[in-house]
Design a protein around this ligand. Structure first.
Ligand SMILES: [Zn+2]
Length: 284
């Protein structure tokens, strides 16, 4: 994939997630992207952000056309199966809406486990293909204009999505509106305060990193969350009650007793993992 030229919007003067104007430059990375921190909610975000034109060019080639190698397919299947299994521990299968459903693996997995699934993605060709393969309604276009039934979903599922949009707030507001009382929001996002990211940040600041602050993934990630920032924000501003904040250990091709034990530790120790899962119910 050839990278489109980088263009930026004028800088934001308020935090898109909490509205505070108390935002300050925090860091920069090897690509020249600048990262701000909101002093009110603690979330970090790229500021200035990419233009829509840059992001459209970037995402036009985002989802691979082919199914990938057998190993990649097996990995993704195992990963999505673990995600849905986690969900199944908290609620019985019902209606699930996956925002950013990509190639649709989680839709297939969820359906095979008894969920009634619907999905959404920005890529038109991919959503058509996923709808054909899964037989599920898969929407594209303006997410916020879709005729979705409010208060009707048992789960709204966003895995590796909320770090991408220029304004994540409407995604959280929509998720809250779609969930029935007692339903569950599944949010998987990179954890910018993981042990690995903290270590790399120190190395970057000491000038010991070849690609400074690469872990922000500013190629396409615009928001950077941590267990200390996003869960409180969900409760204070978006009408959720956080049930669990967990690590999201990657599936292994050849698990052993030791790796299984370690992965269980990581699951319950989110700062050890570069990805976290937040499970939250609508606050009553
Ligand atoms: Zn904020």
């Amino acid at each position: 994939m050839s990278a489109p030229p980088i263009e930026y919007d004028p800088p934001l003067d308020a935090c898109p997630l909490c509205g505070s104007r108390d935002i300050h430059p925090f860091d920069y990375d090897f690509r020249g992207a600048h990262i701000a921190r909101c002093e009110a909610c603690g979330v970090r975000f790229m500021n200035p952000q990419y233009t829509d034109a840059y992001l459209t060019a970037y995402y036009s080639d985002y989802i691979p056309d082919g199914p990938g190698s057998p190993e990649e397919r097996a990995f993704r299947l195992a990963q999505k199966t673990e995600n849905i299994e986690l969900l199944d521990r908290y609620l019985a299968p019902g209606r699930l809406f996956a925002i950013g459903c990509g190639d649709g693996v989680e839709l297939s997995v969820a359906r095979s486990r008894g969920w009634t699934v619907e999905g959404y993605d920005v890529d038109e060709a991919t959503t058509r293909r996923v709808a054909q393969v899964t037989g599920a309604p898969v929407y594209t276009g303006d997410l916020f204009a879709l005729p979705l039934e409010q208060g009707a979903y048992d789960c709204v599922y966003l895995d590796q999505v909320l770090e991408h949009p220029k304004n994540p707030a409407p995604y959280l507001e929509l998720s809250r509106r779609l969930l029935r009382p007692g339903g569950m929001l599944y949010l998987g996002v990179p954890n910018i305060e993981s042990l690995a990211s903290r270590t790399k940040r120190v190395l970057g600041r000491l000038g010991l990193s070849r690609r400074r602050m690469r872990f922000y993934d500013t190629f396409h990630h615009l928001f950077y969350y941590a267990p200390s920032t996003l869960p409180p924000l969900l409760e204070r501003r978006y009408g959720f009650r956080v049930v669990s904040v967990l690590g999201d250990p990657k599936p292994r091709a050849h698990p052993t007793v030791a790796t299984r034990m370690w992965d269980r530790v990581v699951r319950h120790t989110p700062w050890l993992d570069s990805t976290m899962v937040i499970l939250a119910r609508p606050a009553s």
